[in-house]
Design a protein around this ligand. Structure first.
Ligand SMILES: [Mn+2]
Length: 327
């Protein structure tokens, strides 16, 4: 598969690299890591993410070249999708493509990946798409530069919440250590992408925590578009808040529902082992991992909330019945 990927990149004239809407550190770390590799191969490429780049990621190489839309005047003959479980996750970046569907290389680590590419390089055991990319890059005659390492380490650090998730292996730590050896600054990446937050993020948590509801292991909150705008939170991500809620001792599953500009509702699910949220997200048209998943539903918010809570309660009830039988 490594050969097939390299061959399609070498044959391509115009390459579009896309990551998912509501980008996180793995999305942007992976997107820019691919840019550093394509740059070494002197390829022509366009980097696209269908949402503005959160400011904390502006240290990433090529971050100033990330566009919100593909170039309409260009016909892309190759699309590389990173960290996207399905085509819809690319948002308008994919929907707006005119002409023939380009050849697609799909590189990801979501267990729910729909294998939408012509080449699918999916490793659901990997902590991050960045870790998958590291393995791919090491299969080639590419120089592991400080810039590339910085992008890759950003993906690994953010998707593992600072090496805290249960899919971190000694191999992950070896990769991180090698990335540091060539110049990635772990401390700076941690501070910049994990610790420091805009005030509007904490104010969004404030709104969410004030409205938090608890019912038999299910902990959730929902935030309207009006409330989101009032605190000036202009990203569609609720990663920090949903992680915080799922960390509550009494939580089996944490959920945040966020209404966005177009009236749709973004939903994030988190849990700790032995629970699983990927199935409920998949049933609602989304996807993700066993412990972190998400989906997007049409509004209104109250209707989305009652549907999500009812389905998650049912999923939790079934999971607990199975767990009880195992002991
Ligand atoms: Mn990821």
């Amino acid at each position: 598969m490594l050969e097939a990927i390299q061959r399609s990149i070498q044959n391509a004239k115009q390459i579009l690299v896309v990551t998912h809407v509501g980008p996180d550190g793995d999305a942007l770390g992976s997107l820019t890591a691919v840019a550093t590799a394509l740059d070494q191969w002197s390829k022509t490429f366009t980097l696209v993410c269908d949402n503005p780049l959160p400011r904390r990621f502006d240290f990433l190489p090529f971050s100033d070249q990330i566009q919100q839309h593909p170039d309409t005047a260009v016909t892309y003959d190759l699309l590389i999708a990173v960290d996207c479980g399905d085509e819809l996750r690319m948002g308008q970046a994919f929907a707006d493509l005119s002409g023939e569907r380009p050849f697609i290389i799909n590189i990801d680590h979501h267990i729910t990946n729909t294998q939408f590419g012509d080449i699918n390089f999916i490793d659901a055991a990997a902590t991050s798409t960045a870790e998958v990319l590291y393995r791919i890059f090491r299969g080639y005659d590419l120089e592991l530069t400080a810039a590339m390492a910085s992008s890759l380490l950003t993906g690994i650090v953010t998707d593992t919440l600072g090496f805290r998730t249960n899919n971190v292996t000694s191999q992950t730590m070896k990769i991180a250590s090698e990335l540091m050896d060539v110049g990635a600054d772990l401390g700076a990446i941690m501070t910049q992408t994990m610790t420091v937050k805009p005030l509007s993020t904490i104010q969004l948590w404030q709104v969410g925590l004030n409205k938090m509801k608890i019912d038999n292991g299910l902990i959730w909150t929902s935030i309207s578009n009006e409330e989101r705008e009032a605190v000036g939170h202009n990203s569609t991500s609720t990663t920090g808040l949903v992680n915080l809620m799922a960390d509550i001792e009494q939580a089996a599953i944490g959920i945040v529902l966020l209404e966005v500009d177009d009236g749709t509702v973004r939903i994030g699910f988190r849990c700790r082992p032995p629970y699983n949220v990927s199935e409920v997200a998949l049933n609602l048209g989304g996807g993700g991992h066993a412990l972190a998943a998400g989906c997007t539903l049409p509004g209104p918010l109250a209707k989305a909330e009652s549907m999500v809570i009812a389905l998650t309660k049912e999923s939790l009830r079934q999971q607990e019945a199975i767990l009880k039988n195992e002991y």
